[in-house]
Design a binder for this molecule. Structure first.
Ligand SMILES: Cc1cc2nc3c(=O)[nH]c(=O)nc-3n(C[C@H](O)[C@H](O)[C@H](O)COP(=O)(O)OP(=O)(O)OC[C@H]3O[C@@H](n4cnc5c(N)ncnc54)[C@H](O)[C@@H]3O)c2cc1C
Ligand SMILES: Cc1cc2nc3c(=O)[nH]c(=O)nc-3n(C[C@H](O)[C@H](O)[C@H](O)COP(=O)(O)O)c2cc1C
Length: 454
């Protein structure tokens, strides 16, 4: 009896142990099966044609996200070709089976500068793309009339060519992180990497507002402040002239605002030139109000540096430079002039405009000093309201057409910084009239016509 009883107990124990082991092993077995399945999927994916990850970006947001997109696919073992949309040919699109397109919108619903050629070359015609599966991440800003205009146009064009969507277009309003997270969730689903870490929004650092000065007292236009910031941690990160910062204002940290950096690391801090925006109800712009009025000197500002490769000097560092801008646009041009002075490069020509010399000649002392020392041998100013007839930077440019051509023959590069409305369009038209559209496009393609306009 005792024996039987013990046998029963032992058998019971064995069954229990086995089922306990089963319970313990089940997750491991399931994970192993999943790993094997996803290894198989990855092996199959690795043999498939490369996925295209193409971006159209003006200030680098879409390009940064495209780089992260490519990286997350590569981690899943998927072969990827990462490139600018402008580099894609009709043949590339017809060979591809999977394409992820990350594009922003500029102007009034237009393509960014570096995608205008793609639009003109491919999107005006028909192309059979029945083999292509694609997805679009459209970056934009709802305060513009044509929200995500280019992303929508690209999506509609691809669908009209017979390509099919991997998932519905995702639209991102001012870099809102929820939409970007959604994009990366779709990607991990497609790539079978649901165990990969989630995408997280880029981190902002603590910077102390160390100095602030109104630069245009008495101006007929909005107040413009020179603002200096230093990292609270002490160590100054590196950047190049042409780069941008993003500032997260306390009332809207999810939608940071961009500012051109007006200094170089040699200055020991980040300088910004901020025009105070005023809404029709008299309230101040969220970020510009914070930087120019609400944040006290000594207060901490959330900021991050952003490379702006399309506006850096890069290969142009050794060329003569024609720098053209208005208003707060002098910020990006000041950064370049400082780099040039430090490097001893003196073939610089600045064309700057605002309303009245008496109030709006921003950084006057510095600029006149560079002019006197020979660091800035050519200086043309256009103060629109200082004479009976209005005069703008584009008029100065037209008045010096022969010399502009001569500088370009000598290899000069052109940099434009400031307002898109009025200035950048007017300058583009003047250059087109002087040089012809195809010559101007060729300069842009060679990186010798660069714009930081907003
Ligand atoms: C690449 C780049 C570089 C830039 N560089 C500079 C720079 O160097 N210096 C600079 O000063 N700016 C620069 N800007 C512009 C800057 O990023 C901000 O857009 C600007 O400071 C306004 O932001 P804000 O938060 O102060 O205004 P917001 O509060 O965002 O308001 C902006 C505008 O939106 C409208 N608006 C918003 N809310 C309302 C409302 N409630 N009622 C009515 N209208 C409203 C108004 O027209 C207002 O002027 C740059 C922009 C880009 C893209
Ligand atoms: C001058 C200018 C014009 C813009 N025009 C539009 C527009 O018409 N529609 C839109 O949705 N977004 C517009 N935007 C917002 C940009 O698309 C958005 O800031 C985007 O994040 C930029 O991405 P990028 O850095 O890749 O170029 C505009 C931005 C600027 C500075």
């Amino acid at each position: 009896m005792i024996f039987t009883h013990d046998t029963t107990r032992l058998a019971l124990l064995a069954v229990l142990s086995l089922s306990y082991a089963g319970v313990c092993m089940a997750p491991w077995l399931r994970a192993r099966a999943r790993r094997r399945a996803s290894d198989a999927a990855r092996a199959a994916l690795a043999d498939s044609p490369a996925w295209l990850v193409a971006y159209a970006s003006q200030t680098g947001n879409a390009e940064e996200l495209a780089t992260q997109t490519a990286r997350s696919l590569q981690l899943a073992g998927i072969p990827v070709r990462l490139c600018a949309l402008a580099e894609l040919t009709a043949n590339d699109l017809q060979q591809a089976e999977r394409a992820l397109l990350l594009v922003s919108t500029y102007g009034e619903g237009d393509a960014p500068d570096n995608a205008a050629a793609f639009m003109g070359r491919l999107m005006t015609g028909g192309l059979a793309l029945p083999q292509l599966h694609y997805a679009v991440l459209a970056l934009g800003d709802r305060s513009y009339g044509q929200f995500c205009g280019f992303g929508r146009a690209l999506d509609a064009w691809l669908a009209a060519q017979g390509a099919s969507r991997l998932f519905e277009r995702i639209e991102v309003d001012r870099s809102a992180s929820a939409a970007i997270e959604q994009w990366f969730q779709h990607l991990s689903h497609l790539a079978g990497t649901s165990d990969a870490p989630d995408w997280s929004a880029p981190a902002f650092g603590d910077w102390r507002l160390t100095h602030r000065q109104l630069l245009n007292p008495g101006s007929a236009g909005g107040a413009i402040y020179h603002v200096e910031l230093a990292p609270v941690a002490g160590t100054l990160p590196d950047w190049q002239s042409g780069d941008l910062v993003q500032v997260a204002a306390p009332l809207d940290p999810a939608q940071p605002r961009e500012y051109s950096i007006a200094s170089i690391p040699h200055d020991g801090g980040v300088h910004l030139l901020v025009r105070q925006q005023m809404h029709p109800d008299g309230s101040l712009g969220l970020a510009s109000g914070w930087l120019t009025a609400q944040a006290a000197v000594g207060e901490v500002v959330q900021l991050r540096l952003r490379q702006h490769r399309r506006f850096r000097l890069e290969d142009n560092a050794r060329r003569p430079l024609i720098l053209i801008g208005n208003g707060s646009g002098i910020a990006g041009l000041r950064g370049h002039l400082k780099s040039r002075v430090l490097a001893g490069q003196r073939r610089n020509w600045l064309i700057f405009g605002e309303r009245n010399a008496a109030h709006d000649f921003l950084y006057r002392e510095e600029i006149e000093q560079w002019h006197a020392s020979g660091d800035l041998p050519r200086l043309d100013l256009a103060f629109s309201r200082d004479q009976a007839e209005r005069m703008y930077v584009q008029d100065r440019l037209r008045g010096n057409a022969d010399e502009v051509r001569l500088w370009l023959e000598q290899g000069a590069a052109i940099y434009i910084c400031g307002s898109l409305a009025g200035m950048a369009g007017g300058v583009d038209q003047a250059l087109q009239d002087m040089l012809g559209r195809s010559a101007l496009d060729a300069l842009a393609a060679a990186g010798r016509y660069r714009r930081d306009v907003y």
